[in-house]
Design a protein around this ligand. Structure first.
Ligand SMILES: [Zn+2]
Length: 97
């Protein structure tokens, strides 16, 4: 399985920020903020447990974590300043493999 470590880290940070700042908790707002954030950060794909742990170790470094936090915060702020619940999230059946 291929996992983008950054996506996991961002999701975790997002949950905390949404709770702390009272941002909208719906799936649409979370998906918009997640997409916006991930488009702004280079992904880090990992395949093995060792790679996963190495990625995790690199993201607990204060400079990396601060960057992730600030980009995630920006996205959440932007999404919550212009909430749009009138969109249809992509259905998995539309994804060709
Ligand atoms: Zn919402």
């Amino acid at each position: 399985m291929v996992v983008n470590y950054v996506e996991i880290a961002v999701k975790e940070i997002m949950e905390k920020l949404i709770e702390d700042y009272g941002y909208c908790k719906c799936e649409i707002c979370k998906a918009r903020a997640l997409a916006m954030t991930l488009n702004d950060i280079e992904p880090q794909y990992v395949l093995t447990d060792a790679e996963f742990l190495a990625a995790k170790a690199s993201f607990v470094r204060p400079d990396n974590y601060a960057k992730l936090l600030s980009i995630t915060m920006d996205s959440l702020r932007k999404v919550n300043e212009s909430i749009n619940h009138d969109i249809q999230l992509m259905a998995m059946k539309n994804i060709a493999v």
